[in-house]
Design a protein around this ligand. Structure first.
Ligand code: NAP
Length: 170
């Protein structure tokens, strides 16, 4: 199973504000949906709550240290390793880590692929993507999109593949 991270990051590293996204990018939401559809997604409890409801067509695996109730069909786990095992148990070819910052930081060492959208603005926010070694990744594709209807700004969808095996595996 390959492990990917799906993230949108402003030029200044910001990914979140007030438990939500600091921008509106309809085009990138479509990309997120297409990239994750049919695959297990792994989210921290804060990010999962920000969705408002489980994302359809994907097994929603949620990380929390508590036993807070989750909607029917959502898989609640208490460690990243249990989350990855739950995704692997579905026979998935790719598991998608969908944030937020705490979960990206822990999952980085396991990731083979970054579906990384560069949002061409400096955003106001309280949550940043963790520092990572860009030299460890090869850019496989880059597609720039100018701001369309429903987009606050232009953005570039990058795919980065790790040059070697990830430092950690499940
Ligand atoms: N721009 C993007 O692409 C993007 C994507 C995703 C999220 N975001 C943004 O990022 C922000 C949220 O990020 P965040 O870092 O604050 O929170 P988060 O990573 O979404 O969730 C943190 C929570 O996950 C649980 N958790 C984390 N690690 C765990 C572990 N090892 N074992 C068990 N539970 C664990 C804990 O839940 P409990 O407190 O319940 O124990 C923790 O409080 C929001 O603003 C969101 O909109 C942006």
């Amino acid at each position: 199973m390959r492990i990917s991270m799906v993230v949108a990051v402003a030029e200044n590293g910001i990914i979140g504000a007030d438990n939500g996204l600091p921008w509106r990018l309809k085009g990138d939401m479509k990309h997120f949906r297409a990239t994750t559809m049919g695959k297990p997604i792994i989210a921290g409890r804060t990010t999962f709550n920000s969705f408002g409801k489980p994302l359809p067509g994907r097994t929603n695996i949620v990380l929390s240290r508590s036993e807070a109730p989750v909607p029917d069909g959502v898989v609640l786990v208490h460690s990243l390793e249990d989350a990855l095992a739950a995704a692997a148990g579905e026979g998935a070819e790719e598991a998608c880590i969908v944030g937020g910052a705490q979960v990206y930081a822990q999952a980085m060492a396991y990731a083979h692929i970054l579906h990384f959208t560069r949002v061409h603005m400096d955003a106001d926010g309280d949550t940043a993507f963790p520092d990572f070694d860009e030299d460890a990744w090869t850019q496989v594709s880059a597609e720039r999109h100018e701001a369309g209807e429903g987009d606050n700004c232009a953005y570039t969808i990058l795919r980065l593949d790790r040059k070697g095996p990830p430092p950690k595996s499940i």
